[in-house]
Design a protein around this ligand. Structure first.
Ligand SMILES: C[S@@+](CC[C@H](N)C(=O)[O-])C[C@H]1O[C@@H](n2cnc3c(N)ncnc32)[C@H](O)[C@@H]1O
Length: 380
């Protein structure tokens, strides 16, 4: 379709808007006739932390065909189904509704976005979301936008341009983020991204971003972003039948994610409050937890297959116990308990190899304004 040209179905604006509106509000059994048409393949975009795009693309590959790997995102085509909600390395996943070019620097270019939103096949997008396990019964909508480069408009202008057209078409209230405040939970969450001169409009599949894991109710300072933990476990090659150790487990993110991959897991931490948080988060996962100093682990030599850890860096979390006096004790103990052929994956401030270990791979990542590295280490 040419940019700005309305497809023929939008010419029948009246009935089409009503059909879409009724779908948005009603449970699936009341969906209009057109809503029952099968959707065989859908275009989706999964978003992630900067630096792990290739790992996400790898994970996406088991669901469908990867189209493009870009800055913090992987675009792909897949058969719609709940499997898209199991992308562990993704922060979030969206159904692509529309893409439009010609979004330059001028404010007038917002009109192109409005036309693209007016022409998007929202009925199909809602059906795809439904098939993927998106929750029914949305009563509101919100839009969040991001734009790269200097423009005569800002993210709020983009959000309002898309939001006002979506509100009209879907018959749902839209509240601008311009005045601050959080969007209501449970609405349709739309996203507009503008890169170079291209805008993409997409609808989030789950009610909450995928990185908000339901298990993570208790937290500790410096706790790991779950999709990054999942990426570290992919790099570690953790799988069923293996035993993973996190010797500084905090709220338990790495062991819990490892259990989700079918592995056996142990989490230790010197802080009793951290272990209490991990026990509470990990209920039902079968992970073994212990209050223990990573500088003197209560484990036999060569007893674990993989170690994954983000140690206390002193910036956010102070090392305690033996690590306070001798940080290298962590690596000495890691080498001791690791089985032959084992691997350590660590999140570190820089890629310098700890004593006695060799760096196999370095992955720079960006996380909440910090730029640590994920390193894959093996004993020398
Ligand atoms: C950056 S946090 C780890 C966060 C964890 N990965 C999570 O997802 O919540 C570092 C952890 O190291 C722990 N720690 C500090 N000194 C330690 C030591 N000597 N032995 C074991 N754990 C220690 C802290 O209590 C803290 O929970």
């Amino acid at each position: 379709m040419r940019d700005g040209a309305a497809p023929s179905r939008v010419a029948t604006w009246g009935w089409w808007t009503r059909a879409t509106r009724s779908f948005a509000r009603r449970p699936r059994r009341f969906a209009s006739r057109s809503c029952r048409r099968p959707v065989t393949a859908a275009r989706l975009v999964a978003r992630c932390v900067r630096g792990i795009e290739e790992l996400l693309a790898d994970e996406v590959g088991r669901l469908g065909t990867v189209g493009a790997v870009g800055h913090r995102e992987v675009r792909f085509t897949a058969r719609p189904g709940p499997a898209v909600l199991s992308l562990a390395t993704a922060d979030d996943v969206f159904v692509i509704a529309s893409e439009v070019g010609g979004i330059g620097r001028a404010r007038a270019d917002l009109q192109r976005l409005r036309r693209a939103v007016a022409a998007a096949d929202l009925d199909r997008v809602l059906r795809v979301r439904d098939r993927c396990g998106g929750p029914p019964g949305a009563r509101t909508l919100d839009v969040s936008a991001s734009v790269l480069g200097r423009r005569a408009f800002n993210r709020y202008d983009l959000e309002d341009a898309a939001g006002e057209v979506l509100a009209r078409r879907l018959g749902l209230p839209y509240r601008s983020r311009r005045a601050g405040g959080r969007p209501p939970v449970g609405g349709l969450s739309w996203r507009v991204t503008v890169v170079d001169d291209r805008a993409t409009l997409a609808l989030r599949v789950p009610a909450r971003p995928l990185h908000r894991r339901p298990y993570k109710q208790a937290s500790v300072p410096g706790t790991l972003h779950p999709p990054l933990a999942a990426a570290m476990l992919r790099l570690a090659g953790v799988g069923a039948g293996q035993l993973l150790l996190d010797p500084c487990c905090g709220a338990g993110t790495l062991p819990i994610e490892a259990a989700g991959r079918g592995a056996d897991a142990i989490g230790c931490d010197a802080a009793p409050a951290a272990v209490a948080a991990a026990v509470s988060n990990g209920r039902g996962t079968g992970v073994a937890w212990a209050v223990a100093d990573a500088g003197a682990l209560p484990l036999r030599d060569g007893s674990v297959d993989r170690i994954a850890v983000n140690p206390p860096w002193a910036r956010q979390v102070a090392p305690r116990g033996r690590l306070a006096a001798a940080p290298d004790a962590l690596w000495r103990e890691a080498r001791r308990v690791l089985a032959p052929g084992g691997r350590i994956v660590a999140l570190l401030p820089d890629p310098r190899p700890p004593a006695g270990l060799e760096v196999q791979r370095v992955l720079p990542v960006s996380l909440f304004g910090a730029h640590p590295v994920v390193v894959v280490l093996t004993p020398r």
